[in-house]
Design a protein around this ligand. Structure first.
Ligand SMILES: CCCCCCCCCCC/C=C/C(=O)SCCNC(=O)CCNC(=O)[C@H](O)C(C)(C)COP(=O)(O)OP(=O)(O)OC[C@H]1O[C@@H](n2cnc3c(N)ncnc32)[C@H](O)[C@@H]1OP(=O)(O)O
Ligand SMILES: Cc1cc2nc3c(=O)[nH]c(=O)nc-3n(C[C@H](O)[C@H](O)[C@H](O)COP(=O)(O)OP(=O)(O)OC[C@H]3O[C@@H](n4cnc5c(N)ncnc54)[C@H](O)[C@@H]3O)c2cc1C
Length: 643
């Protein structure tokens, strides 16, 4: 199962080596992180990033090894944006000449870059950005300017203190004409002493949610006062500005300017499976350690993992972690395919790649953020202790629902794609993830054939149920939209229904990709069988949770919905014997997990007890402040009889 989770034996071995390298290095200690003040915390992150880079250079780590190393260091840092967005943006939007100039500098870390798109007043609406880049043909330069307070760049990670350069998204103005938003490489700080260059105001935006957590990152604010950059620092793969001041659009679609977001959204789906699997690993191991009630004749109490309620909350999350892992693997393949096509100037699959990355980013991050919080509750009171690892994991994870596109805004993008597909059904055969809509007539007509709980253990029945629900919801939205004279008005009015239809479509993708995964050769005794059980748990859990949809569209009867729930209960009993093995298969070191409750050896209580004494409040028996603030109250002579 470890191999199935990792994707291949090579990846398992490689990631295992990197995990151990990090776990055994004292520089990467992270237990005290939530207690550090901001300055100390940030300096410590810089130290870890520097040490990580030294290891990468000294040990001549490959790009793949370096990625795993950074993952296991497990601390958001400017390097995430440098490697995760700045470099990919140049790769995707730069010309060959630009890549030749900038990539070696960035890859050797001679410069540090961030991705500066969002502004104080504008995030989701990229076309609404206010920063301007005005071409000056005399000087052959662009003038980058922040005309208003709301145009201040706000949020970019790594911008506040670390970056020397930024990829700045600004409205292009050539010859007095606006040409939409484009990306520009702008130097922010001196490469000698790191001080901000003239015309640049830059700093950190302040503390964020939670202790430690994302506060290791210097999310920044940036303003430009007529900063000049050479013309060739506009990324010019999509469109060009000539020396003479002519704006030229190539054959490449304008949307490619948003390409870096597509790339990162794809990585976020795999990251969701990592974050959720960590939380699930902690909650599952602890649920086997924790006992409550049910002692007979003085024997041990019941392990909480044996309660059906615990199982019905925990096992769907375990199944979701696996589901997200496999859909992430598929999405990575889809992205690589699109990337190759784009290089050959084939843009036909870009809309689907955008819809899939947007929708799956939204679906998986929402479920993961909610899932981490559920895991905290599954661990009872101890889950609230920072040493459980869950509060920090939650705090560090939840912005994933917002960054790289607010999850609702992204689902509305999926809705546009679905509505367009439905409207074209008469004359265009849908392909890829919308191929099922080509069978819309059958899906609207046929109803579920399930008669017994066992009938639900059938991939065909499950996929058809999810297809029928998604198709019927999409068609219903299409019919409602057709009643509006102005389509944009209709879209705005029906936005909530459209979001629900998008969720149904995205859930269908995850369920189908899990089922497709099981059609592959999966070596290892019992591995495929265990994954099949998890796949049914995932699908039937969703069906149960959203049974209102399936019933409302008239595909299921209430009886069939009840049978699905009966089957789900049986499946939980089948997951239980392997639950610990299924989370051990994530192969997480205790260092990466960062949780006393989730320790591999299960030695929870002695270690919790030990850790309590390490709290700074326990440095002395009598607290600092006692004599000043508590003792006077204790010694106070009160005159009022009432008191
Ligand atoms: C190892 C890897 C480590 C990775 C480490 C990274 C860790 C993450 C750290 C977090 C960092 C966070 C960074 C950020 O948050 S960066 C800022 C992200 N910002 C956003 O995501 C903004 C969201 N908004 C948008 O994307 C767009 O503005 C929006 C799509 C919502 C609307 O854009 P616009 O108004 O221009 O578009 P329309 O709705 O009118 O659509 C026009 C057509 O374009 C299509 N479209 C839109 N986006 C894309 C795209 N990305 N790709 C392809 N096509 C796209 C859209 O569907 C329309 O098509 P049609 O005309 O055919 O309908
Ligand atoms: C931790 C963190 C790191 C970040 N890192 C970066 C970075 O490195 N670089 C960068 O450029 N940016 C970064 N961002 C910014 C991030 O990309 C934006 O915050 C994000 O795109 C959401 O935009 P917003 O803040 O404008 O939200 P808003 O759009 O203001 O959202 C507010 C509310 O309005 C709703 N809403 C907005 N538009 C619509 C609509 N059309 N229909 C219905 N509802 C709508 C949303 O659903 C939400 O509920 C980061 C943000 C965070 C939190």
């Amino acid at each position: 199962m470890k191999v199935a989770w990792a994707g291949s034996r090579e990846t398992l071995e490689l990631s295992d080596r990197m995990a151990k390298l990090v776990a055994n290095d004292p520089v990467f200690e992270k237990f005290t992180r939530p207690m550090l003040g901001r300055k100390e915390l940030f300096k410590n992150t810089l130290r870890k990033a520097a040490h990580g880079w030294k290891l990468i250079v000294d040990l001549r780590l490959t790009e793949e090894e370096a990625k795993w190393l950074r993952l296991y260091i497990d601390e958001p840092a400017y390097t995430d944006l440098h490697w995760g967005m700045f470099i990919p943006a140049i790769e995707g939007q730069g010309t060959e000449e630009q890549k030749k100039k900038w990539l070696p500098l960035a890859q050797k870390m001679k410069i540090i870059g961030c991705y500066a798109q969002t502004e104080l007043g504008h995030g989701s609406n990229v076309q609404g950005l206010e920063t301007t880049a005005t071409f000056d043909p005399q000087a052959d330069e662009f003038v980058i300017h922040s005309p208003t307070l709301t145009s201040s760049k706000w949020w970019p990670g790594g911008l506040g203190k670390a970056s020397t350069h930024a990829l700045v998204y600004a409205r292009l103005i050539v010859g007095g004409e606006f040409h939409g938003v484009h990306g520009f490489i702008v130097q922010l700080r001196s490469l000698e002493d790191h001080s901000p260059l003239p015309g640049i105001t830059v700093g950190d935006i302040g503390l964020k949610f939670g202790n430690g957590a994302y506060n290791t990152m210097d999310n920044g604010v940036l303003r430009f006062d007529h900063v000049r950059i050479p013309r060739n620092q506009m990324l010019m793969r999509v469109s060009q500005v000539t020396k003479e001041g002519k704006y030229m659009q190539s054959d490449v679609p304008r949307q490619l300017i948003y390409g870096t977001m597509v790339y990162v959204r794809q990585t976020i789906v795999v990251d969701a499976s990592k974050a959720l699997s960590r939380a699930v690993c902690i909650a599952t191991r602890y649920s086997a350690v924790r006992r409550q009630f049910g002692s007979r004749n003085g024997g041990p109490e019941t392990q909480v993992i044996d309660y059906k309620t615990q199982q019905s909350r925990l096992f769907p999350l375990l199944a979701s972690a696996y589901a997200f892992r496999f859909v992430g693997e598929w999405l990575k393949w889809l992205y690589m395919d699109v990337k190759q096509r784009l290089e050959a100037n084939d843009f036909s699959t870009l809309p689907e790649a955008h819809a899939c990355t947007a929708g799956l980013k939204s679906l998986t991050t929402t479920a993961t953020a909610d899932g981490i919080e559920e895991c905290r509750k599954l661990c009872g009171g101890h889950g609230y202790l920072v040493s459980s690892g869950l509060p920090e994991l939650f705090a560090v994870y939840i912005p994933a629902c917002t960054y790289e596109g607010d999850n609702v805004v992204l689902l509305l993008q999926v809705a546009r794609f679905i509505v367009k597909t439905v409207s074209e059904l008469g004359y265009k055969q849908p392909v890829g993830t919308t191929a099922y809509m080509g069978r819309v007539a059958t899906l609207m007509q046929n109803n579920c054939a399930v008669r017994t709980a066992e009938d639900w253990l059938n991939p065909g029945a499950i996929v058809e149920a999810f297809e029928a629900r998604a198709a019927r919801m999409a068609v219903a939205c299409g019919r409602q939209l057709a009643k509006f004279e102005n389509p944009e008005e209709g879209f705005a009015e029906l936005a909530s229904d459209l979001v629900e239809a998008s969720v149904a479509h995205c859930q269908l993708i995850v369920v189908s990709k899990f089922i497709e995964k099981l059609q592959q050769d999966i070596p290892g005794k019992g591995v495929k069988q265990s994954l099949e059980i998890l796949c049914y748990v995932y699908a039937l859990f969703l069906l149960h949770k959203h049974q209102g949809d399936f019933l409302a569209v008239g595909y299921l009867t209430p009886k069939q919905a009840l049978l699905a729930n009966d089957q789900l209960r049986t499946l939980y009993s089948k997951v239980r014997p392997n639950a610990i093995a299924l989370v051990d298969s994530f192969n997480y070191t205790d260092h990466y997990l960062g949780s006393i409750l989730g320790r591999y050896d299960g030695n929870v209580y002695p270690k919790l007890y030990e850790a309590a004494w390490e709290d700074p409040l326990n440095d002395s028996d009598v607290a600092d402040g006692f004599h000043q603030y508590v003792q006077p109250i204790l010694k106070q002579k009160l005159h009022s009889a009432k008191l």
